[in-house]
Write a new protein. Structure first.
Length: 273
């Protein structure tokens, strides 16, 4: 498992040389985590958060330590706190900034493997009319529609982008944002339903053939990604159990396993019974 004690010696030397380094302080916490000294890892990450409260990666590290002790179930990405901390101008603060993409990827790397659910940030443009009241001029009505539709489009695009990046949850600031959220989530799954159905059926057929001939199936990772697509579609209501079964041949119990490899192992077991 490496030379852990020497690693602690070297990282402590680095801390003595630069006690205010975020990278070094975060790495000390990671050394504790790797050594399964979770309480010390939590204390170290909290100390760094006191110094740098808007440093998102260390919040991910803290969540990892909490998860290891059974205390963390989810983590939320705060895009605007994060970008402000890096002096990004307000006009360029948005969910699609490259800095946000990097932070989300780090959260995925750190937290997804340990089962922490991830939530993306907010769309700050609220889809509400700028001209209140009923007796409005034609121009005011047009301006109201433009504001609402523009905000809807922005939230639709942000939700879609979150889904593409593997963030299946994010925040709504106003009930009117539920309209583009439902549209984005359902469109994400339904627009590619037929293509994903064909691909998953093809993988199942190949895996079954490999199983029957005692050969190795090498595309399990791709098949797992397709399985994730259908389990997510089912859980959000974009598809029903019957629709998924008719499209893929997978039962509810198989989908609940959330593992393509386990599904094929169980099917092999039934074939040999």
């Amino acid at each position: 498992m490496g030379r852990r004690e020497e690693a602690f010696v070297e990282i402590n030397k680095a801390h003595e040389l630069d006690p205010f380094s975020r990278a070094v302080s975060g790495n000390i916490g990671l050394r504790f985590y790797a050594a399964r000294r979770f309480d010390e890892a939590i204390a170290q990450h909290k100390k760094l958060i006191e110094m740098e409260p808007n440093y998102p990666i260390v919040h991910s590290f803290l969540a990892m330590a909490y998860e290891a002790k059974g205390r963390a179930t989810s983590a939320h990405f705060g895009a605007y706190d994060y970008t402000a901390n890096f002096a990004i101008a307000a006009t360029h603060q948005n969910l699609r900034h490259e800095a946000c993409n990097f932070a989300r990827q780090m959260m995925q790397i750190a937290l997804s493997p340990v089962g922490v659910r991830l939530s993306d940030s907010v769309t700050i443009e609220i889809p509400t009319p700028i001209h209140p009241g009923e007796n409005l001029t034609g121009k005011q009505i047009e301006e109201n529609l433009l504001v609402v539709h523009t905000a809807w489009r922005k939230h639709f695009n942000n939700v879609t982008d979150s889904l593409i990046n593997g963030f299946y949850q994010s925040w709504d600031l106003h009930p009117a944002q539920l309209v583009p959220r439902y549209a984005a989530v359902y469109a994400f799954f339904l627009e590619s339903f037929e293509e994903q159905e064909k691909r998953l059926r093809g993988f199942i057929d190949k895996a079954t053939q490999a199983m029957l001939t005692d050969n190795q199936f090498d595309d399990a990772a791709s098949a797992q990604g397709l399985l994730n697509f259908f389990t997510r579609a089912l859980s959000c209501g974009a598809m029903t159990e019957i629709e998924v079964f008719e499209a893929t041949g997978l039962s509810k119990n198989e989908l609940d396993s959330a593992s393509f490899i386990e599904i094929m192992k169980n099917r092999r077991g039934k074939e040999t019974d």
